[in-house]
Design a protein around this ligand. Structure first.
Ligand code: FES
Length: 250
């Protein structure tokens, strides 16, 4: 198949960017979208031109690195897959495909399709962990966890931190990401001792990074490659409200 690509090219952070058109010829429909970009880049390198910069690592929907908006949709037209799991058979021969980076004030473009998502790392540093006192490691089976709670925690833990929720939201909100990361620990007995502090600090870090508030459009859930439910946002809001009340100065 042959497709035309309109790709966002930007030399660096703060530089002027624009769409450039490239032709991708004789593409195997069973190639992934990133493999198609590899082919285009090989041709650009052979011509002595700068290859298109794009993020990737695992290429199997685990690491959350790939961060392209394809034809206006974070991760492209297919549901519950990352860009690296999007295959060229999802498009038609002769299509023009527009590719651009995730757009958000908190995700500045570093180059072409690569954005800086270190804001997510700082939110995790604010409270997305369970503190472990020094000493012997506790027995993993010493604290019973019910199947129902384990399932909720695992559903939240499926978040790969790709940022598609932010890119899809008209407010650039990171609430689905933060809610998943707060909830995966707050529901478990091991996470309860730091539950209030975690909710307060991670929400405050999210606001400090410049992410917007929830738009209530559920665009985040629709774009999420792991299908994280917006119910986690309601769960986080409850945890945050309770923590705020309990920690209110007298
Ligand atoms: S490259 Fe790892 S999720 Fe896409």
């Amino acid at each position: 198949m042959n497709v035309s690509l309109r790709v966002w090219r930007q030399k660096g952070h703060g530089a002027h960017g624009s769409f450039q058109t490239y032709e991708a010829r004789d593409i195997n429909p069973d190639m992934s979208f990133l493999e198609m970009l590899d082919v285009v880049n090989e041709q650009l390198i052979l011509k002595g031109e700068e290859p298109i910069a794009f993020d990737h690592d695992c290429r199997e929907g685990i690491c959350g690195m790939c961060s392209c908006v394809i034809n206006g949709e974070p991760h492209g037209p297919e549901s519950k897959v990352a860009t690296c799991q999007t295959y060229m058979r999802a498009f038609r021969d002769g299509d023009t495909i527009t590719v651009e980076p995730f757009r958000s004030r908190a995700f500045p473009v570093l180059k072409d399709l690569v954005v800086n998502r270190s804001a997510f790392d700082r939110i995790i540093q604010a409270g997305g962990f369970v503190s472990v006192a020094t000493g012997g490691a506790p027995d993993g089976n010493a604290i019973p966890v019910s199947k129902e709670i384990a399932d909720i925690a695992m559903d939240a833990a499926a978040c790969i931190g790709c940022g598609a929720c932010v890119a899809a939201c008209k407010n650039g909100s990171a609430m689905l990401f933060v809610a998943a990361k707060v909830s995966q620990l707050n529901v478990l007995p091991q996470g309860k001792p730091e539950k209030d502090r975690r909710a307060l600090r991670m929400v405050q870090a999210m606001d400090a990074e410049g992410f917007g508030n929830c738009s209530n459009t559920y665009a985040c859930e629709a774009a999420c490659p792991k299908g994280i439910s917006v119910n986690f946002i309601a769960r986080m809001n409850r945890d945050f409200a309770v923590a705020l009340l309990k920690n209110k100065p007298a």
